[in-house]
Design a protein around this ligand. Sequence first.
Ligand SMILES: Nc1ncnc2c1ncn2[C@@H]1O[C@H](COP(=O)(O)OP(=O)(O)OP(=O)(O)O)[C@@H](O)[C@H]1O
Ligand SMILES: [Mg+2]
Length: 375
Amino acid sequence: MSVRLIDIRKEFPDPEREGGIMNAVLGMNLEIKDGEFLTLLGPSGCGKTTTLRMIAGFESPTEGEIWIGGEKVNDVPPNKRDTTMVFQSYAIFPHMSVAQNVGFGLELKGRPKAEIASEVDKVMRVMGIAELGRRRPDQLSGGQQQRVALARAVVNKPRVLLFDEPLSNLDAKLRETMRVEIRRIQQTFGITSVYVTHDQAEAMTVSDRIVVMEKGRVMQVGTPFEVYSRPNCRFVADFIGKVNLFPVRIAAVADGPEGVAGTVRDSSGRLLPVGSFGAGIGVGDEAFLTIRPESLKLGAGLPGEVGLGESVELGTGKVTKAVYLGSLVEYEIDSGGDKPIQAVSYDPIDSRFYKVGERVSFSYAARAAHVLRKD
Ligand SMILES: Nc1ncnc2c1ncn2[C@@H]1O[C@H](COP(=O)(O)OP(=O)(O)OP(=O)(O)O)[C@@H](O)[C@H]1O
Ligand SMILES: [Mg+2]
């Protein structure tokens, strides 16, 4: 079922100012397609939970319309919206068995016993908890409890599933397993889902599209690739992972060889090829060349050494930090700018390991360079 938010604003009394108001959500327009998995991502307090609660009907927007399918639901109470919310505290009933927990919603709807048993059995099988039906919740691990909560949500086949940081109580390893699981379940049942998290990796794993929010506003809506590799503003680029920013001026916007969208001039006047431009950028504009740490290639600091193939040499500097993490090494390089350059080298056993104090050069492939408006 599709969900539409039209010009939504939600105000609360401002706790800081007597009689004042603050907008928790402002000017939000969103269309969530039928069967889509959409994630609201953003820092604490940006309005994610408020948005979710408005879709569920636990809060009403101060202004704007909410549509589920062909129905405007502003005045429809939560229990008539056919949405189900999954929370971080799973709220499964401690005195009921797993199977009873999963079947609870169907029982409330007065479904025949045989139908409940077969639906519960089917969902538990998909969830990988079929053999746990007779256990009580206190006899389950955290991950198993989360699966029960999910099973209980999907067994009702709601029109929309709403998730508010459902994995934040789990340890890192389990979170990774469960986010793949959540995606699989959502795809199996094809239920339109809105998911809230402030964990960017989680958002990238589960989503068809991600909505990046800041201070109640939508900053960008896009696929995981778009928000990570083609951010439209500095906030999005910074929030989703790390990024190196180099001040530049746009020299040419044109169709070059594959993966080259134009050229920019750096502060020393050198012409550099870039792979893509954000919206609203024209020749002569001041802008930022952005390159993710994993897209910077390091070399031993001898001119020409890394300028091989399609790499464009960008500069040199001194390694100030080298953190070995097994599968990768994280570097910081001082090249005279206000901030250190960040670089990541994967599979370190197969490449050179640079030490603190060593001089390195760094280069990039044009297609990995994205240009952002300076705002
Ligand atoms: N009932 C309320 N009364 C007053 N202010 C509120 C209320 N609920 C939320 N807010 C404020 O609205 C803003 C958005 O809150 P919201 O809970 O939607 O944030 P969030 O993005 O879910 O954050 P988090 O990641 O910390 O859960 C915050 O500034 C919050 O303090
Ligand atoms: Mg929240």
